[in-house]
Structures are given as structure tokens and as C-alpha cells.
Design a binder for this molecule. Structure first.
Ligand code: C2E
Ligand code: CA
Ligand code: CA
Length: 575
């Protein structure tokens, strides 16, 4: 009885020390005083009373003063207080009563309690230190170190719990899958520190955009998640739109203003659904949003799943395609309009699929551009074409032939692009001056800082740039002066309208004369008819490319075209 009572007391005292609640400690001191039949009890150290029962503050303060002397009796207002002292670590424990002095048994009981309290405190500290370490380890394992947000594990845990709960009224779980557009490009161009800064910033903006009760997490890299409850689809899309706008606000990183966009996939959960299935739906919707351009959201629909599967299949196949040598460069000739002489070729990718046959770029370039695959394709096409062009240039009279090859935005932002292109030029023995890399104007305008560095690197190699699809983007011609651009390719949509639409003729005319004023050469794309050829020539375009002159063809057919051209030329000059 005695023992169990002490154990009970001890556990109460322990719990008092395990919390910071002063009432708990008070309760513990109460129990100690009860155990030895005292009316007064106090715990204190040199700095003062920690807890005191049955004494006025002034009387308590007097006890603190007397602690060194440890008198057996202390006079207080209500009479003579018999005391009993014990030590708990750096603190003193004192109990007192007005009746009989404490006997030997009571004194040893108090000391025993004090000693066990002391041991227990040590034990408690050790336990709490361990618990703290464990909590920290758990925190580390469930949170992302960079942003401090819950990681995939915790997100899945939280989402599973949320999905297991019965929904309240009209409320429905909604998952927003947020992906920063072109994050890898920022990271490569501005460095990882800038990338980290951006991610931290996005994490902050996400937290600020949602309600307290919503869960914000980071799944990996540049993928974030928001889990919320909404009653309507509109509330969910409003949230998505708010987030898109918040992320779009420019931030300054290392003195450079960066602005970003994010694509968001939205998926609504059903009670009992698996968390990872819901995440996958949101991911699929995000992909759909991305394909609509940057800074959009999309809501998951079942039909997207089939598309996603197809896309994954093609993407897997596509990696294969490069390894298996199924990516092939075709060549479309470009002619000088004034004398119909052959100027060069544009290299255009084709995929010779085992089952599906020859696939045009529209069947695989968009997929490839969603991943790093495009970089391999661009460099593969360039590599094949550079080798072929170097050989063609050795044919008598064709040393000046030019090669045009396309680069996508991802490739332009590829780290070490300069070195890789230098390597291709070296091994193919193609003179850098005969290579034109075609990029779109949008690629120049976006991310000027990083693009400028890359482009200057390419200029140092001696390579030239051509602006592709000119007129469809939003750059100004004057802007082009900043870059080593040699050629402007007028988009075929302008050429299409030339014969029927006088306005197109005016625009094309203005573009061409401005380009000429800037010292640029102009290629008219998509010239299909003799009428179109005549008009673009009259407007001042130097070169023409299109079905009228020749379709893109494989290497063998192209060699035949070249040989025919060379021999007709020789024939011509002999005549
Ligand atoms: P692009 O760079 O504007 O290439 C010109 C496209 O116009 C080619 O389509 C060509 O076949 C087509 N074309 C040429 N003359 C005419 C014509 O008279 N009428 C019409 N209607 N079309 C004509 P293609 O080969 O299907 O390539 C489509 C696009 O795919 C290219 O447009 C380019 O943006 C992209 N692409 C092709 N190869 C590559 C590559 O290796 N890398 C990258 N990143 N993109 C590529
Ligand atoms: Ca092109
Ligand atoms: Ca083009």
C-alpha cells in the first residue's frame, strides 16, 4: 500500500516535471507535503521560489534566504514552522508544519522522495532529449530540408487520412499539383543557389495563398502540392488561379529579376480513394495544363488517362528511338531568289518507327520537348547533318553551302551547349561559319540574361543564328540587334496570305525592309507557288524555302539533288 502510493505520487511528480505547466508542479509539491503530513512546501533555487504552497510570497522569500543555514524552525506569522530540507539537483525542497517536528522516518522519506525526484529529472531530461532527437529525425524524414514543407511521405500520409474521413456536407478533398514551368532552365542558367531561392519563395507564396487548414507540401524538385477542401469546382479553380498569379510576381535573386509561371493540375478526391491515385490524377491534369502553355490550370478527367498512357508509351519509345538510330535528319533546300542558286539546306527531324513508318516532327517533337529527350534529338539531327554537309561542301563548287538546324528552348539552355556543338563541328569538320542555328524569337526574349550568355558563347564559336517563324512571336526587330543574328525566316503564315491578303503583303514588306536595314538576310518560308515566289522576291526577300523548290528529303535523295544541281551548274558555266 505504502509502496504503490509512493509510486503513484512519484509518477505524478514526474509528470509535473515533464511539463512546463506551473499547476502541475504545484500539484506535485502538494503531494509531497501530504506524504509527510506538512502544511507548507516549496521548491526554490538561488534565484527564487519555483513553487510554493501555504506561505505568503514574503515568507517564501525568507525561506530562500535561510536555505544555506537550513534551520529546523522558522518563525512565520501563524507561529513556529518546523522544517525539513532536502536537495533536488540545484534546487532545494523544503516542507514545514506548525504542529510536531518531523521525525526520523519522515525526514528519510522526504530525502528519498527528493532523491528519486532528482534521478527522475535526470531520466526525464534524457528521455525528452531522446524524444526531441526522434522528433527531429521524424521531422527530417517527413519534411523537405530546403523549404521546410512536408515531403511526399507526409503528404501521402495526410492525404490518406483526409480521404478516409467522411466528407462534411458539400466539402470535397481537392489536390492541386503545381509544377514550376521551365524550372530546370532557371536552375542551369542562374545556378542552383538561384533555383533554391526560387523554390523557397514559391513555398512561401503557396503558404500565403492557402488557408491555415490546407496542406502545402513539396513532392520533389519543382513539384508542389496543395491539399484543400472545397465545396465547389469554382473555389478550387479560383485557388489555382490565385496561386498562378502569386507565382508570376517577379522576384529578385542575386540582383536579377526573375519571373516565373507555374502549371497546375486539379483533381477532386473521393472518400476511400488511395492518396497516390489521387496524386497521379492531379499529375496527369498538370501535364495537360502544361500542354496548354505556361501558367494554366486543368481539371483531371478520365479521358486524360488514356492520353497520358499513350504519351508515356511514345516517350519511352522515343528514348529508344535515339539509341536505335531511328531518328533521321531530312533536308529541305533553300534557294537564292535572284538567280535560283542553291544556298543550303535546313535539317528537319524524322522518326523512322519500326511499325508506324516515317513520322513527321509533329508526331514526336512536342512530346520530346516536354523532357530532356529533345536535347538529344536536336544534337543527333545536328550531328548527322553536320557530317553530311561537310561531305557535300567538298563537291566541286559547293564549298559555300550552308546548313540550318533547329534548336528548341531546352537545348538552347542546356549547360555546356557550346562545348557540345564545338565537339560536333570538330568531329564532322564542318566550318562553324556555315552553320546557322534556328531558334524562335520567343526563345530570345525569355530569360534574356541566360540566353545572352549562351548565344555569346555560340558567337565565339563562329556559329550564326537564324530567327525561325519570324512574325509569330512578340519580339521587336530592333531587339535582334543585340544578338549575332544573321538570318530572319519569315513564317509561312505570312507567305500563305501574300497572294490573297494585301495586308499580309504590307506586313511582310515592312518586316523585310526593316530586316534589310539591320543588315539581316531574309528567308521566306513555305513558298508553294510561283505567285508567292514572285511577291517575296519583289518585297526584297533574299532566299526562299518551300515545296515549290523542294520538299524535305532523306540523305540519299538529297545527295542526288546536289549532284544534279552541281552538274547542271557545270553544264551551265561551260555553255
Ligand atoms: P520549321 O523549323 O518551321 O520547319 C519548316 C517546316 O515547314 C517543315 O516541317 C517543312 O517540311 C515545312 N515546309 C517546308 N516547305 C513548306 C511548304 O511549302 N508548305 C508547307 N505547308 N510546309 C512546308 P516539318 O519538317 O514537319 O517540321 C515541323 C517543325 O518541327 C519545324 O518547323 C520545327 O519547328 C520542328 N522541327 C523539325 N526538326 C526539328 C529538330 O531537329 N529539332 C527541333 N527542335 N525542332 C524540329
Ligand atoms: Ca526551322
Ligand atoms: Ca520555320
Amino acid at each position: 500500500m505504502e509502496t504503490s502510493w509512493s509510486l503513484h505520487l512519484l509518477s505524478e511528480i514526474l509528470s509535473a516535471f515533464s511539463t512546463d505547466d506551473p499547476d502541475n508542479l504545484r500539484n506535485a509539491v502538494n503531494r509531497v507535503t501530504e506524504a509527510v503530513d506538512a502544511e507548507v512546501g516549496a521548491i526554490f533555487d538561488r534565484d527564487g521560489i519555483t513553487c510554493c504552497i501555504g506561505l505568503s510570497p514574503r515568507e517564501g522569500a525568507r525561506l530562500v534566504e535561510l536555505a544555506d543555514a537550513r534551520p529546523a524552525e522558522v518563525q512565520i506569522r501563524s507561529g513556529t514552522l518546523h522544517t525539513c530540507w532536502a536537495t533536488i539537483g540545484k534546487e532545494q525542497l523544503v516542507v514545514g508544519r506548525l504542529g510536531d517536528p518531523f521525525d526520523v522516518e519522515e525526514r528519510s522519506l522526504l530525502r528519498a522522495m527528493a532523491r528519486s525526484i532528482e534521478l527522475s529529472i535526470g531520466l526525464l531530461r534524457a528521455i525528452s532529449a531522446e524524444r526531441h532527437a526522434r522528433d527531429e529525425a521524424h521531422h527530417d524524414a517527413t519534411h523537405d530540408a530546403l523549404t521546410g514543407l512536408p515531403n511526399r511521405r507526409l503528404v501521402l500520409e495526410g492525404l490518406n487520412q483526409a480521404l478516409a474521413r467522411e466528407p462534411q456536407g458539400q466539402m470535397q478533398q481537392v489536390v492541386l499539383f503545381i509544377d514550376i514551368d521551365r524550372f530546370k532552365i532557371v536552375n542551369d542558367a542562374h545556378g542552383h543557389a538561384a533555383g533554391d531561392q526560387l523554390l523557397i519563395n514559391v513555398a512561401r507564396m503557396l503558404r500565403e495563398s492557402v488557408r491555415e487548414s490546407d496542406l502545402v507540401g513539396r513532392l520533389s524538385g519543382d513539384e508542389f502540392i496543395v491539399i484543400s477542401q472545397t465545396a465547389t469546382v469554382g473555389a478550387a479553380t479560383d485557388l489555382a488561379q490565385r496561386i498562378i498569379e502569386a507565382i508570376r510576381r517577379p522576384i529578385v535573386v542575386a540582383g536579377t529579376e526573375l519571373s516565373h509561371s507555374a502549371s497546375i493540375g486539379i483533381a477532386f478526391g473521393e472518400t476511400g480513394q488511395e492518396a497516390h491515385a489521387l496524386l497521379e490524377n492531379a499529375d496527369i491534369a498538370m501535364y495537360q495544363a502544361k500542354s496548354r502553355g505556361r501558367g494554366h490550370w486543368a481539371i483531371f478527367q478520365e479521358s486524360m488517362r488514356a492520353e497520358a498512357r499513350e504519351r508515356l508509351y511514345l516517350e519511352g519509345e522515343l528514348r529508344h528511338a535515339i539509341e536505335n538510330g531511328e531518328i533521321e535528319s531530312f533536308y529541305q533546300p533553300i534557294y537564292r531568289l535572284s538567280d535560283r542558286s542553291l544556298v543550303g539546306f535546313e535539317a528537319l527531324a524524322r522518326w523512322r518507327h519500326r511499325q508506324l513508318g516515317l513520322l513527321p516532327p509533329s508526331a514526336f517533337i512536342p512530346q520530346a520537348e516536354a523532357s530532356e529527350v529533345i536535347v538529344h534529338i536536336d544534337l543527333e539531327v545536328l550531328n548527322q547533318a553536320a557530317g553530311a554537309m561537310a561531305r557535300w561542301q567538298r563537291i566541286d563548287g559547293l564549298a559555300d553551302l550552308r546548313l540550318s538546324s533547329n534548336l528548341s528552348a531546352r537545348t538552347l539552355n542546356e549547360a555546356r551547349l557550346q562545348q557540345r556543338i564545338a565537339g560536333i563541328l570538330d568531329s564532322s569538320e564542318l566550318a562553324p561559319g556555315s552553320l546557322y542555328l534556328e531558334i524562335t524569337e520567343t526563345m530570345l526574349v525569355d530569360d534574356i540574361q541566360s540566353t545572352t550568355a549562351t548565344i555569346n558563347g555560340l558567337r565565339d564559336l563562329g556559329v550564326r543564328l537564324a530567327i525561325d517563324d519570324f512574325g509569330t512571336g512578340y519580339s521587336s526587330l530592333l531587339y535582334l540587334k543585340r544578338f549575332p543574328v544573321g538570318v530572319l525566316k519569315i513564317d509561312h503564315s505570312f507567305v500563305d496570305g501574300l497572294v490573297t491578303n494585301p495586308e499580309d503583303e504590307m506586313i511582310a514588306g515592312a518586316i523585310i525592309s526593316l530586316a534589310k536595314a539591320l543588315g539581316l538576310e531574309v528567308v521566306a518560308e513555305g513558298v508553294e507557288t510561283e505567285d508567292q515566289r514572285r511577291i517575296v522576291a519583289r518585297l526584297g526577300s533574299d532566299f526562299g524555302q518551300g515545296y515549290l523548290f523542294g520538299r524535305p528529303q532523306g540523305q540519299k535523295e538529297t545527295l542526288r539533288l546536289i549532284e544534279d544541281y552541281a552538274s547542271s551548274r557545270r553544264h551551265h558555266s561551260h555553255a
